[in-house]
Design a protein around this ligand. Structure first.
Ligand SMILES: Cc1ncc(COP(=O)(O)O)c(C=O)c1O
Length: 400
């Protein structure tokens, strides 16, 4: 039978970050020793009390469908957390729990956007945003943040970009891939611009618990003046090392939450019942494990950033949060490495994985033709070895 991809499928590009994972698996099968600094996944184990809650859920028969929007107890726990963390008062009917923040964003974009609506995406951006916007037949409008300004977008530039067709802005703070963290004042200035227009704000705050020394920020939930237009997305993958449990949520004004719930009811129904019990334990339990992870991430950030600063032809801003260093490799492009021309960041990454045994992700996946992303969600031992290998590779490139 001849297959012709649907127009819907044609609109979507495959995930370049997942492609790196596939390439690493292939090289490892061939016996190559590859250190993976591509994946955006904490290397830590899910904390014990969270795992135990998952096991208990299975043993006590919490293995059935739950309400489509998630259990009431989890949604209540999310509201309690939003109140204790940010003083923000929300009701469970405003919360829809999904199979990961990725699904929450997808559902929310689908619930809001009509074909042709414009969605502002500050760039560099998380790889899935443009694809999710295109799936809704909406139009991504990229707003570049300047590297010299830590990749942050400026209010004046935002004011120029917003127009009558703008439906939504996707604000990711702290940012994947740059690790950029907006201060509360900077967020306030962006809000001032957005409030002059009928624009929804989707705040993807999945890295908000991972902000390091020297940086401070605020949740958009702490700005009451935008509460009626705020779609607050968060998840358990990054802060609680729960990537495989697939659990995230959106908190939104009730009509939006209802539309999101309706969409989800015909796709995945509810998120996994077992994961929801584990998520409840994550929110209600001690944050000691989270704090310990954050301390380790901070030490790795400092180590990796210092290492990158030694490489000839490469530079990087000090990221304030998340677990990525976004390296500018513009000076290396056009040079040779092992007889091949480094024509783009993704070619550089292919050559590095093959010859240096370290996997990174080319900036193209995030809207940059001048950068590569290092994920430091890996052990210090692996990071030491990887930084050493990359130092040698960039010295070799500089010497040709
Ligand atoms: C910025 C950002 N948002 C959302 C997600 C999705 O997280 P999950 O679907 O695992 O909750 C990720 C994961 O990489 C991310 O980096």
């Amino acid at each position: 039978m001849h297959f012709v991809e649907s127009e819907f499928a044609k609109r979507v590009n495959p995930s370049e970050t997942l492609a790196v994972t596939t390439l690493i698996a292939e090289l490892r099968r061939q016996g190559k020793n590859v250190i993976d600094l591509g994946a955006g996944e904490p290397d830590f184990e899910t904390p014990e009390h969270i795992k135990a809650a998952g096991i208990r859920a299975i043993e006590t028969g919490k293995t059935k469908y739950t309400p489509n929007v998630g259990t009431l107890s989890l949604r209540e726990a999310i509201c309690r957390k939003l109140y204790s963390d940010f003083g923000a008062q929300y009701e469970p009917k405003q919360v829809v729990v999904s199979n990961g923040a990725k699904q929450s964003i997808h559902n929310t974009v689908l619930a809001l956007c009509n074909p042709g609506d414009e969605v502002i995406i500050p760039s560099p951006y998380w790889v899935s945003y443009p694809e999710q916007v295109k799936m809704a037949e909406a139009v991504p409008r990229f707003l570049p943040g300047e590297e010299a300004n830590d990749f942050k977008i400026k209010p004046e530039a935002l004011a120029r970009e917003v127009n009558a067709s703008t439906k939504l802005i996707l604000l990711n703070n702290p940012s994947n891939p740059t690790g950029t963290v907006y201060t509360k004042q900077e967020l306030q200035a962006l809000i001032e611009v957005l409030r002059k227009h009928e624009v929804w704000i989707l705040a993807d705050e999945i890295y908000l618990k991972l902000v390091y020394r020297g940086s401070a920020t605020a949740s958009l939930a702490t700005f009451p003046e935008i509460r009626d237009r705020l779609l607050l997305v968060n998840g358990f993958s990054k802060s609680y090392a729960m990537t495989g449990w697939r659990l995230g949520y959106v908190v939104a004004p009730p009509p939006v939450a209802n539309a999101v719930a309706k969409i989800q009811s015909h796709t995945t129904s509810n998120p996994c019942s077992i994961s929801q019990e584990a998520g409840f334990a994550a929110l209600e339990g001690s944050e000691e494990a989270l704090m310990a992870m954050r301390t380790q991430f901070e030490a790795r950030r400092d180590f990796v950033h210092a290492a990158v600063s030694q490489w000839p032809g490469v530079s990087a801003r000090l990221p304030g949060g998340a677990f990525y260093v976004f390296c500018n490799v513009a000076q290396v492009l056009g040079r040779k490495y092992r007889d091949k021309t480094i024509s783009s960041p993704s070619v550089l990454c292919q050559l590095l994985v093959e010859h240096a045994g370290v996997a990174l992700v080319g900036g193209e996946a995030f809207g940059s033709t001048r950068h590569v992303r290092i994920s430091y969600a890996n052990s210090m031992e692996n990071l030491r070895e990887a930084m050493h290998r990359l130092q040698r590779a960039f010295e070799e490139i500089a010497a040709v």
